[in-house]
Each structure stands twice: as C-alpha cells, then as structure tokens.
Design a protein around this ligand. Structure first.
Ligand code: ZN
Length: 120
C-alpha cells in the first residue's frame, strides 16, 4: 500500500513549488525584457542580426519549456489547495517519493510511468 505524504512533507513541496514558480516568472520576465531591447536595438550588420536571432530562438525554446513547467506547478499547487495532493503517481498510484519530488516538486508520475510515457 503506497503511503501518502504527511502534511509536513506537503508543506515542503508547496514551498518548493512556490519557489520555482517565482524563478520561472522572473525568467519569463527577463526574456520579454530582452526581446523589448532586441527590437529597439540597431542591428547594423548581418552578423549582429544572426546572433540576435539565434538568441531569440533559444529564448523562445526556453520560454516554451518554462511555460509548460509553470502549468505543471500551478496544477500541483491547485491540488495542494484542494487537499488532493498525495505525492502518489497519477497513473499507477505508487509513491513518487520525496527524493524525486524535491528535485521535481511538480512531478505527476513516478519514475516508471514517466519513462513509460517518454518512450511511447
Ligand atoms: Zn506510476
């Protein structure tokens, strides 16, 4: 029988979630600031432009990932708020484990299910 997280553990996860949420929001804000300055920048030669658009594409990629992560964080925070956050895998109901949750507090699945999903 899988053990659900204790209230203390959930509190710990919650502060980790809030912490990463703050970091992501800061990253996203920095990216949009960068883009504002990019569009105001005077890009004189092609080299400048290529470098700037390479950064831009990279930022877009990071931005996408961060937005995905933010969604997962919001999802986890909502579950905590509703009292349905158990620390159990949403697929097989086994323990995700504090070790994994400390690294990825928004993890919905245990490692087995995660790798199953990734490989299928
Ligand atoms: Zn699982």
């Amino acid at each position: 029988m899988a053990k659900q997280l204790t209230n203390n553990q959930i509190e710990e996860i919650k502060s980790l979630l809030l912490e990463s949420k703050k970091n992501i929001e800061a990253t996203l804000e920095n990216i949009s600031k960068d883009h504002d300055s990019l569009s105001q920048m005077d890009l004189n030669d092609e080299g400048d432009f290529a470098a700037a658009s390479r950064d831009y594409n990279n930022d877009i990629h990071i931005k996408k990932q961060q937005i995905e992560e933010l969604k997962l964080i919001e999802h986890a925070l909502m579950k905590i708020q509703k009292g349905t956050f158990t620390g159990l895998c949403e697929m097989c109901d086994s323990e995700i484990g504090m070790k994994r949750l400390r690294v990825k507090p928004y993890a919905k699945y245990c490692i087995d299910c995660r790798s199953y999903i990734d490989n299928n």
